[in-house]
Structures are given as C-alpha cells and as structure tokens.
Design a protein around this ligand. Structure first.
Ligand SMILES: [Zn+2]
Length: 233
C-alpha cells in the first residue's frame, strides 16, 4: 500500500486531514497509553458529521445475531453520521482486548479544566476547533468525538463512568477505511489522567488501498432501502 500522508501529533496538538473514500487512515499510539479524540465530517457536506450514538445504536446486526444497543465500537463497526450513513469502518485494531475506545462521552474542554480543576488550558474541543477552522467550521459545529484508546467504562455498582489506564502498547494502532469523502480532525488529548499520567505523541498515517472497489455513496433514503434489501437477503 502506498503511504500518501504521515504526521506525528505531539500531545495537546491537533490535525485535520481530508480522507477520500476508500483510503485507509491509521492512528498509531507511538509510546502506548495515549488517548486521541477524533471528529469526522462529510467532506462534501460538512453539516453531516459523526454521531457516536448512531454508531453504537444504528448498526446492522449480523445474520442470526440479536440487536442490542451497544456501549462501545470495535473492529468491523461503522462510524455513522448524524444521518445514519456509514462514514468510516474500523478495519483493524491491535490493542488487546479490542474495543477499548470511548464512544459515550464528550471530549475534554476549557470548561472542564477551568470549572473542575481551576486551570486555564485548551482541551480537545478547542484543539479540534482550531484544526477545522480553515474549513469554515466553528466550535459549536464539533460533534461528540470517538476517543481512541480511551478506557472509560461505566461502573454500574458505583453508578458513574471511571477513567482507567488505556490498554494500548507502544506501536498499537487502529485503522479506518473511509466510506465517503471525510474530513477527519484529531486532538492528541492533553488530559494526563486518561493517559496513565503522561501524555505522549501519536502518529497519523494515510494509505491508498489498491484493492478498493469504489462503492456508490447513496443519499439517506436510498441507503435505507439498500440496508432493507441486504437484511431481507
Ligand atoms: Zn481530551
């Protein structure tokens, strides 16, 4: 596969990159235990964007599998948009176990740091806002992110979420295939508590997949009809 882009993101920095349909996007946790927040927009209509709720709850169960609303995403799952269309597919992830990423919560921001910790500091919301500013997007346009490598499970006994150390080891990665033309924005999260106490750099790589066969990108109503046909066999 041909690499068409690569960039190391230091902690507390952001990046926005266009990913064409069929291209593969890999995020490498260079030193391990680092969290990266990821926002996705439809590059051809920036109003359509990632919905982590739809991604968890509007997936298509495999034949014979019972539908159940989910609390996480893993290899094989789609990142779905606010219009319930697949934006990207998680095609590979190397941390063990798979599926340890946060798809339930809002990213860190100045509000969190100022109100809860009394410090003035940009969070992932401000970092991503700055990265997508050249595309005409505003802070209020940023959707809830998919938080790569973040271990933030809900503790049912205690009745709240809790931050645990990520399971990713040095060199572990997660890889996505774009199902439409996407604008993908990252923040290498500056919140030490999510990163085992120390924030470290990550790397973003973009590849062309020579074996990719272009698929039609259907409008929402056509897409729903296709899903129905697929489900009915
Ligand atoms: Zn963050």
């Amino acid at each position: 596969m041909r690499t068409c882009f690569e960039r190391v993101i230091p902690p507390g920095n952001g990046l926005a990159v266009g990913v064409n349909q069929g291209q593969l996007l890999r995020v490498v946790d260079l030193e391990g235990k680092q969290v990266v927040d990821m926002a996705v927009f439809n590059l051809d209509n920036l109003r359509e964007k990632l919905s982590t709720s739809n991604s968890r709850n509007r997936y298509i169960p495999k034949p014979g599998e019972k539908y159940a609303p989910r609390d996480h995403l893993q290899k094989g799952d789609w990142l779905m948009s606010t219009l319930c269309r697949p934006m990207m597919t998680i095609v590979e992830e190397t941390p063990v176990p798979v599926g340890v990423h946060d798809a339930c919560n809002r990213m860190c921001d100045r509000f969190l740091y100022q109100v809860f910790y009394g410090i003035e500091k940009d969070g992932c919301h401000e970092i991503i806002s700055k990265a997508v500013e050249p595309y005409g997007l505003l802070p209020e346009d940023i959707p809830d992110t998919f938080d790569l490598f973040m271990k933030y499970p809900h503790n049912c006994e205690k009745g709240h979420f809790e931050i645990l150390d990520p399971v990713s080891r040095p060199g572990d990665y997660i890889e996505f295939r774009a199902e439409m033309n996407c604008l993908v924005a990252f923040s290498n999260c500056p919140y030490e508590a999510c990163a085992g106490g120390k924030c470290t750099p990550v790397k973003v790589e973009l590849y062309e997949d020579p074996d990719y066969v272009p698929q039609p990108i259907l409008p929402p109503d056509e897409w729903r009809k296709q899903v129905l046909r697929l489900r009915q066999g």
